[in-house]
Design a protein around this ligand. Structure first.
Ligand SMILES: Nc1nc2c(ncn2[C@@H]2O[C@H](COP(=O)(O)OP(=O)(O)OP(=O)(O)O)[C@@H](O)[C@H]2O)c(=O)[nH]1
Ligand SMILES: [Mg+2]
Ligand SMILES: [Zn+2]
Length: 309
């Protein structure tokens, strides 16, 4: 090495594959993995954060966190939880068994749109025909929303259990994921990890390496973790039963309901500029529901979100 040249092992940039407590498992630009410690208590690590590390010390240390392009959060009244940072898109996994919650789906959409993260809906477990019919029926009220947002809906069976069911190809899904950093999001039990196993043959090996390094459980998803896939990255996240949106304003929430803007175009603006589309007179969103242009369920989901936040 030329004397005076900077050591390649100092202050390297890396991205976080997964973190647990004060530890993080990171990958550097050369593809090397390092188990690092967080130094400052002020840092709130997130999966797929870019960081600078010093790997000349043992254990390696995270020196600083680099600015984020975006961060997907969910937040209850006093606590917010970062699912991952610097995301290109979210793949929201739903199923008919257990039947997904349309309220949680609406919340996930709001969280993504507020951070300018585009999405893709994956209806999993289509080998189960009756549950899938119910899922499709419940999803129908979101059709206009997805059309306005430009989000695709794909149907798959990541791990079919119905005898005689033939698994279809996943070409469309692979195309959608190629060269992107995709966050896999959804309630518990929808099949996120099963989907990753199907899409990424090395998924189990990669996540075992992460779990062993961080000494976390191997079988249930307890923390977000990122694996290389299709020239991009896929991030598995733990499922949830609640998805709080306390970090979003009413204006941000409305971005997750693009139908409202369409209704204002068709029927003119609501009489009150600050109409919440609750019980105000002259509300064009309500008119659009009455004339069947907007699904009534979408308006009740909106009203529920406003009351909760
Ligand atoms: N019938 C059927 N079952 C499936 C399919 N995909 C996954 N499952 C089952 O659904 C259950 C949940 O799957 P997981 O992949 O663990 O779900 P998850 O979304 O990762 O769950 P969490 O980690 O708790 O959030 C398991 O019993 C899977 O075997 C499918 O295509 N068809
Ligand atoms: Mg899982
Ligand atoms: Zn209104």
């Amino acid at each position: 090495m030329i004397v005076g040249s900077p050591s390649p092992f100092l202050d390297m940039q890396a991205r976080i594959l997964s973190h647990h407590g004060r530890q993080a498992w990171v990958i550097d630009g050369q593809g090397q993995h390092h188990l690092c410690m967080y130094k400052g208590r002020d840092q709130e690590p997130m999966t797929n954060d870019w960081v600078e590390i010093d790997s000349a010390v043992r254990p390696a240390v995270i020196l600083r966190q680099l600015p984020r392009k975006n961060a997907l959060l969910r937040s209850e009244a006093h606590r917010s939880k970062g699912l991952a940072a610097n995301i290109d898109q979210a793949m929201i996994v739903i199923s008919g068994d257990p039947l997904f919650s349309d309220e949680l789906l609406a919340r996930m959409i709001c969280a993504c749109v507020a951070e300018d993260i585009s999405g893709l809906i994956v209806v999993n477990k289509v080998d189960l025909s009756q549950p899938t019919a119910r899922a499709r029926q419940q999803l129908a009220s979101f059709t206009d929303c997805f059309a306005q947002l430009g989000w695709a809906v794909l149907e798959v069976a990541a791990k079919p259990k119905t005898p005689g069911f033939i698994q279809t190809e996943n070409a469309d899904l692979v195309r959608a994921l190629t060269e992107k950093t995709t966050l896999v999001l959804g309630q518990s039990g929808m099949g996120k990890s099963s989907l990753l196993n199907w899409l990424v043959p090395e998924f189990n090996a990669q996540t075992q390496e992460i779990s062993q390094a961080l000494q976390t459980g191997r079988h249930t998803t307890t923390a977000s973790r990122m694996v290389a896939a299709h020239d991009g990255w896929l991030i598995d996240t733990p499922g949830f039963q609640l998805f709080g949106l306390h970090h979003l304003s009413e204006t941000q929430l409305a971005l997750g309901f693009p139908e409202w803007a369409a209704a204002q175009e068709a029927h003119g603006r609501c009489r009150f500029a600050n109409c919440h589309h609750l019980n105000e007179p002259g509300c064009s969103v309500k008119q659009a529901v009455e004339s069947g242009e907007i699904a009534a369920r979408r308006l009740s989901l909106w009203q529920g979100l406003l009351k909760a936040s």
